[in-house]
Design a protein around this ligand. Structure first.
Ligand SMILES: NC(=O)c1ccc[n+]([C@@H]2O[C@H](COP(=O)([O-])OP(=O)(O)OC[C@H]3O[C@@H](n4cnc5c(N)ncnc54)[C@H](OP(=O)(O)O)[C@@H]3O)[C@@H](O)[C@H]2O)c1
Length: 286
């Protein structure tokens, strides 16, 4: 593989992180509910991520619920000094595993304390407010009330930096009038590019854009363009999908999720994968 000339780090809040990180959601049981099939294998993935240089991990206390954060704590505490754990609040899980909005001041405050307790931290480095006006996609509507609650928890010293998830550009603008926003985490990948203008705007403002489902999430990406480019550059389609995101904009931070050490290594190697210009055009194409 040819080394890429893309920047490898980004300043998230006031911390320098490697742009290629790890998303921990896949570590919980099926449907992100309950314990993992193999507890020790889940710990091994987390330890291998950090041993391989990952210093940015995405999680939430509603993964499991509580399961993913407790695995992170068991595998990694006491945490390396350079590790930034990004979590999110705004949802809770029903007894049947359903994803339910949780935006009352009490629910948001409890979520911050649950994250602190289960991760074993005194302060959360970055907390994303995950908006659920429509759980599946960003939908317009004011986010002032829940954001004011999170900003107050920040003033109390429980949260260092605030981010947003599943939001529209108008909601990002509204939020930035209320408090400093360091990252936006929305659905984006090769096959889902509605946020192109938002990514460019955030890049100009120095705000991180963190695509969730970078590999397609529960239905991994598949296309002939992806397979053709992968064959040409001697990489896997998943590596090409990540390399394309990595070069899309310098403010993009990647958090591919996996429960497999082999996939973890494959994904991390994508930061070194150079895509020739015509390969990028083939991927960019309609
Ligand atoms: N803010 C939000 O609303 C939101 C929503 C969803 C996710 N997230 C965050 O975003 C992170 C990433 O999303 P995600 O994990 O759902 O989806 P993803 O990263 O797009 O894809 C994960 C899926 O791809 C598979 N995979 C990973 N690496 C692979 C490889 N090299 N080759 C083949 N298959 C591979 C995984 O299976 P294996 O386990 O078998 O590798 C898993 O099924 C999550 O961990 C979570 O932290 C946030």
């Amino acid at each position: 593989m040819l080394a890429t000339d893309q920047p490898k780090t980004f300043t998230l809040g006031d911390r320098s992180v490697k742009r290629l990180g790890y998303g921990a959601m896949q570590l919980a049981g099926p449907g992100v509910f309950g314990p993992p099939k193999d507890h020790d294998a889940a710990l091994a993935v987390l330890r291998e991520a950090v041993a391989s240089g990952v210093n940015q991990i995405d999680t939430s206390d509603y993964y499991g619920p509580h399961v993913t954060n407790r695995l992170i704590r068991e595998a990694l505490a006491p945490y390396p000094e350079d590790l930034v754990i990004v979590t999110k609040i705004g949802a809770r899980r029903g007894d049947d595993g359903s994803w339910l909005p949780a935006f009352s001041p009490e629910a948001l405050t409890k979520a911050v304390y649950d994250n602190l307790g289960n991760l074993g931290l005194d302060v959360l480095e970055v907390v994303n407010l995950r908006i659920m006006l429509d759980p599946r996609r960003p939908a317009e509507g004011s986010i002032e009330a829940p954001l004011a609650v999170l900003a107050e928890l920040q003033r109390q010293g429980l949260v260092r930096h605030i981010g947003l998830s599943n939001v529209t550009p108008a909601q990002v603008a509204e939020a930035r009038r209320i408090c400093n926003i360091v990252c936006v985490q929305n659905h984006y990948n090769l096959a889902h590019r509605a946020d192109d203008p938002l990514i460019d705007e955030l890049a100009r403002e120095g705000i991180a854009y963190v695509p969730f489902f970078p590999l397609g999430g529960f239905s991994p990406l598949q296309s002939s363009a992806l397979s053709n480019v992968a064959a040409r550059v001697h990489a896997t389609p998943m590596q090409v999908a990540l390399a394309w995101l990595f070069r899309r904009a310098p403010n993009i931070l990647l958090i591919p999720g996996t429960s497999s050490v082999a996939h973890l290594h494959e994904n991390l190697a994508a930061a070194e994968l150079n895509l020739p210009g015509d390969a990028v055009m083939a991927l960019d194409g309609p």
